[in-house]
Design a binder for this molecule. Structure first.
Ligand SMILES: [Zn+2]
Length: 271
């Protein structure tokens, strides 16, 4: 089955992963900007990273028939440095007209600090001014519920951004309904250990239905699986779900969410 991985950090994956993903049916990936494994020393490090995301990575994916899209921001971890964050946010508009850019992301909270919230709000302001889609990272483990509440409150208070233009990512059983009820799209991250397994994701689809739900691998340089979305397809088929339902989650939904971005042009014939 053809599928989309709406959240994967391909800059940290080898080219062979693109090949394996293509063989498994992947036709499109979207890559949020994230922490590089080290704190960058200045805004130029981000400019180079954004060039990598918008240019080189797009070409590397195309070599395997996979379309590549990306999101731009300074991640929550480095957002603790507010002055650096402001320099990066000021630079992002240089890249917003690139054809591969879907919007602002993955912004969010890491430790739920005041500085992270300040930078989150300034990213939201940029998204509102430029009418960009927003992809939101929610914190891990113990910080997730409170962080998700804080994030949803901040988005709710930003009246210029309508809820269907925001995806709340890394939802789990205790946060998915908060985000869906607020009118957002949600992403379930399929990780081998933390976050959500394919079986738990299938449970959530059975509980909440397939509307506004996506699934991703969030593959990066940590322990993760770039073929996690096909694992979910396998689990859903094993449970007897029909292909139309599965396809809605792994293909139609990400295309509908991305399709709100006027730069997003995608037809199956183009791959
Ligand atoms: Zn990520």
């Amino acid at each position: 089955m053809q599928y989309v991985d709406p959240h994967i950090h391909m800059v940290s994956r080898v080219t062979d992963d693109y090949k394996r993903m293509a063989l498994a049916g992947c036709v499109l990936v979207s890559e949020p900007a994230f922490w590089a494994g080290y704190d960058r020393l200045g805004p130029e490090g981000f400019r180079d990273y954004f060039r990598q995301l918008t240019q080189f990575e797009r070409q590397r994916a195309a070599g395997y028939g996979i379309e590549h899209r990306c999101w731009l921001c300074i991640n929550a971890k480095e957002a603790e440095n507010v002055s650096l964050s402001r320099q990066v946010i000021a630079m992002i508009p240089e890249f917003l007209d690139e054809p591969g850019v879907l919007g602002i992301g993955e912004i969010g909270l890491n430790k739920n600090t005041r500085d992270e919230a300040t930078v989150f709000l300034e990213h939201l302001d940029l998204a509102a001014r430029r009418q960009e889609l927003v992809l939101v990272h929610t914190p891990h483990l113990a910080d997730k519920y409170q962080g998700t509440r804080m994030i949803l409150d901040m988005i709710h208070d930003e009246s210029r951004i309508s809820p269907e233009r925001v995806c709340i990512d890394h939802v789990e059983e205790h946060t998915i309904s908060l985000a869906l009820h607020a009118g957002h799209w949600v992403g379930m991250t399929l990780y081998p250990v933390t976050k959500c397994t394919p079986a738990r994701a299938a449970d959530m689809i059975e509980m909440y239905g397939p509307e506004r739900i996506m699934a991703n691998s969030a593959g990066d340089w940590g322990h993760s699986d770039p073929l996690a979305v096909p694992e979910l397809i396998f689990e859903m088929r094993r449970r007897g779900h029909d292909d139309a339902l599965i396809r809605k989650v792994v293909f139609d939904n990400p295309l509908s969410f991305f399709g709100q971005c006027p730069r997003f042009l995608f037809t199956l014939n183009s791959v």
